[in-house]
Design a protein. Structure first.
Length: 140
């Protein structure tokens, strides 16, 4: 892994302290030219009452990865990044293990960005397909 990649992932993972990402045990694990990948464990803390992954936990993972990707690929020093819309289609249930979210940029505008986020299991089965719109607002 390159030194720059390691540095980016370290900064992302350190930023999760005392946040929802820490509560859900989300970890940023890979970054490339136009994508970010994170993972989250599937255990009773993120289950619905019937023992499968709660869709809301999947959406929290997707928005976390997409918003962090916006921060990485935009000027995070001078802009706030906020999610303004997210849509999710859940296609497969998961009871245990890890799920992985890969956010890939679809549109990189000056103000708004559109992210495609695929959530898969360890066998690369599609669990959820999400689209996230983020907005960049200048820090004042």
């Amino acid at each position: 892994m390159s030194e720059l990649k390691e540095k980016i992932l370290k900064v992302c993972n350190e930023a999760t302290k005392n946040t929802l990402m820490e509560t859900l045990e989300i970890e940023y694990i890979d970054v490339g030219e136009n994508y970010l990948i994170g993972k989250m464990p599937v255990n009773p803390r993120v289950h619905q009452p019937d023992g499968v992954l709660h869709g809301g936990a999947s959406v929290a993972l997707a928005e976390s990865i997409g918003s962090t990707a916006s921060y990485i690929f935009l000027d995070g020093q001078n802009f706030f990044v906020r999610g303004i819309e997210i849509a999710a289609n859940h296609v497969k249930s998961v009871r245990e293990g890890y799920i992985f979210a890969k956010a890939t940029i679809m549109h990189k505008g000056r103000t708004t960005q559109l992210w495609d986020i695929k959530i898969t299991d360890a066998d690369d089965n599609l669990i959820s397909s999400c689209k996230l719109t983020t907005i960049s607002l200048p820090k004042k």
